[in-house]
Ligand binder design. Sequence first.
Ligand SMILES: Nc1ncnc2c1ncn2[C@@H]1O[C@H](COP(=O)(O)OP(=O)(O)OP(=O)(O)O)[C@@H](O)[C@H]1O
Length: 509
Amino acid sequence: MEYVIEMLNITKEFPGIKANDNITLQVEPGEIHALLGENGAGKSTLMSVLFGMYKPDGGCIKVRGKEVKITNPNVATELGIGMVHQHFKLVHNFTVTENIILGSEPTLFGGCVDIKKAAKRVAELSKRYNLHVDPYAKIEDISVGMQQRVEILKMLYRNADILIFDEPTAVLTPQEIDHLMKIMKQLTAEGKSIIVITHKLKEIKTIAKHCTIIRKGKGIGTVVVDEVTEQDLADLMVGRKVTFKLDKKEAKMGAPVLEVNDLCVKNARGVDALKQLSLTVYEGEILGVAGIEGNGQTELIEAITGLRPADRGTVKLGGEDISRLSVRKRTEAGIGHIPEDRHKHGLVLEYSLEDNFILQTYYQQPFSKGGILNRQAIREQSEMLIQRFDVRSGQGSQTITRSMSGGNQQKAIIGREVVRSPKLLIAAQPTRGLDVGAIEYVHRELIEERDKGRGVLLISLELDEILNVSDRIAVIYEGEIVGILDAAKTNEQEIGLLMAGAGRERGEQ
Ligand SMILES: Nc1ncnc2c1ncn2[C@@H]1O[C@H](COP(=O)(O)OP(=O)(O)OP(=O)(O)O)[C@@H](O)[C@H]1O
């Protein structure tokens, strides 16, 4: 069998960490090959080596049987390799077409850029592969799902036939995920080969033929997906038995922690996003908010945390009206927030891990006194959090958070928020991009917070997560709560119908 890609004994070191330690990956032509590993296992690094972004310290790469040196992404492109990165690489104030041709324009059409011609080709490709985009829309105005389709079209525009997808479904809605899977199958049916990084075992079972597993930088092996179960995959990846079932006692609900009344909020485009929304979170419970993306979840979080002004309505925390307080005052009043976009709102990526741990508390004792930072106290806090939340990084407290793997960045944020013992913990997509072991851990943390008597507001697009973790479930649809359900007595179908607006049509509340 001639492999289309062979990465043999690849080694790549960063200061303080061997991100890839003698890893071998062999991909058959026309297959979907999954790459599985815990957060920080080295998957993105391996793919970045294949795409020419990192030079490996050891090992060799063969493309279609021939040994190659992929010294930069242009070489990869020439070899027919394309990559959709975990965090997209698009220019936000450029149009879809401009982004797609960026980097390949001078060689096209006799050296001059013909945007119209390019847009036409983009439209053709988009039709052929059912990848709906508007060629003239600006990136900043389109949804995350469409941005991803632009990235896919960018590869196809360059005639790539070895496609790398780094966690493509982490940012998509369930409907978009189904659509993407179909497209991936269509691409392989045409003879293209795909390597996909995903933490979702269900997805691996649905689309992949082989799965290569790496653990802490080392290759564990490659399995035929049809011959293993999801449980096998999880156990192989983590190196121990993973329990999917959450052990959770019945909630002991106390007084209201968060009371949102008649909240009216406009979104960034000035359109009504929340329409007289009311909900209550009690002490000792997890209230899950289920809904299709874009139904007001983001605006709800922003209005509670003070990031977005409300036109009408009140927000009370522990009985006190906080509607007019600043973000800092609300944080001090007892709101913890695990934000949905960890890069934009969760971390200062240029800061070290220890500085990120004190973003909201740096002006308080013991971290500073009289305007002077107490570095020792900051370091101690950081070491404690790293230990307790198992945050893995190359240089411990000193690691610049940009270099950390996505999952470990998320663990750091969760640790920082939980340790402040907030009255209300808002967890927005808290397990996005996390491996199954880390998900298990985060869910336990949320339940532990609940059992300590705190109120938890969980916003998630993952129905499984909402159903397993929440005590009560509020379904949001077009900026209104269209149903509140007991998590133990409902199911995916009932929630799904409400999410699609069925509750409102029936006039239910
Ligand atoms: N540019 C870099 N500089 C220093 N360390 C890095 C760099 N890139 C990655 N690392 C480290 O290498 C290790 C592997 O990271 P990588 O991003 O490849 O993991 P991953 O398996 O893709 O994780 P995740 O699933 O969380 O995205 C991590 O410990 C990370 O902190």
